[in-house]
Design a protein around this ligand. Structure first.
Ligand code: DC
Length: 223
C-alpha cells in the first residue's frame, strides 16, 4: 500500500489523541503525538531549574534535552535524556507551563525539525497529531484533518480523563490554554486552508475514528 502522511490538528479535548492512535493502528501507520514532545521539553525545563516564564532562558536551554518518541500507535513512548517521561509530562504543573514553553520560537524550530525527521523516516506512513502540523510542520501532508468540539464537550471529556477534576475549572483552563496556543506569534493553533474540519461534539469516539479512516482510504484510492 502507498505510504500516506496524515496531519490531525485541533484544540485539546476534541479526541485528537484517541482518534489519531486508533486510526494509525487500524491502518498500520506510525503515530506521533507532538504535544507529548512539547510537554517533554517543558518537563525538562521544570526539572532543570529553567524559569519557564523567561523566554530567553527557555530559548538558550532548548537544545539541551534529547527527546525520543516511539511511534508504535499501540505502544507510543517518549523519553527525555533516556528517562521515561510518559507519566511526568501529564502532571498539572507541566500542563500549566507548556503553552509558555511551546510559544518560544527556538523551541518550535527544534521540535519541528525533530517532527519532520520522524515523519520522513516512517516508511509506511504516519499519523501526526498536534496544533500546527497541517499549517507548518507538514504542509504537504496527504490528508489534513482539523478536529473541533464545543468547549463544554471538550471540558467534559478532559475532566473524565483527570480523576477528581471539576468540569467548570477544566473548561476555564482549557479555554485559557487554547487562547494562548491560538494567539502565539510562531505557528499558532490554526486550521489549514485545505484541512477537512470534523466537529466531534455530537459524535462518539468510534464515529470519529470511522470518519477519519474513511477519509484516509478515500485519499489513498484517489491518489
Ligand atoms: O496535545 P497536548 O494538550 O498534549 O499539547 C500540549 C501543548 O503543546 C499545547 O497546549 C500546545 C503545545 N503544542 C503545540 O504548540 N504544537 C503542537 N504541534 C502540539 C502541541
Amino acid at each position: 500500500m502507498e505510504s500516506v502522511i496524515v496531519a490531525i490538528d485541533g484544540p485539546s479535548g476534541t479526541g485528537k489523541s484517541s482518534t489519531s492512535k486508533a486510526v494509525a493502528a487500524k491502518l498500520g501507520l506510525s503515530y506521533l503525538d507532538t504535544g507529548a514532545q512539547y510537554r517533554a521539553i517543558t518537563w525538562w525545563m521544570l526539572t532543570n531549574g529553567v524559569d519557564t516564564d523567561d523566554p530567553a532562558a527557555v530559548a538558550s536551554a532548548a537544545g539541551k534535552p534529547v527527546i525520543v518518541s516511539g511511534t508504535d500507535p499501540n505502544h507510543p513512548t517518549i523519553t527525555v535524556d533516556g528517562l521515561d517521561a510518559a507519566g511526568p509530562i501529564r502532571t498539572q504543573e507541566v500542563t500549566s507551563q507548556v503553552s509558555a514553553v511551546s510559544a518560544v520560537p527556538e523551541v518550535r524550530t527544534l521540535i519541528t525539525g525533530l517532527q519532520r525527521s520522524i515523519a520522513a523516516a516512517a516508511a509506511g506512513g504516519i499519523v501526526v497529531e498536534g496544533r500546527d502540523i497541517g499549517t507548518t510542520v507538514l504542509p504537504d501532508a496527504d490528508l489534513k484533518i482539523f478536529l473541533t468540539a464545543s468547549p463544554e464537550a471538550r471540558a467534559a471529556r478532559r475532566s473524565g480523563e483527570v480523576k477528581g477534576s471539576d468540569v467548570a475549572a477544566t473548561r476555564e483552563a482549557l479555554i485559557k490554554r487554547d487562547a494562548a496556543d491560538s494567539s502565539r506569534k510562531t505557528s499558532p493553533l490554526a486550521k489549514a486552508g485545505d484541512a477537512v474540519e470534523v466537529d466531534t461534539t455530537e459524535l462518539t469516539l468510534q464515529q470519529v475514528i470511522e470518519c477519519v479512516v474513511t477519509l484516509v482510504e478515500e485519499k489513498r484510492a484517489a491518489g
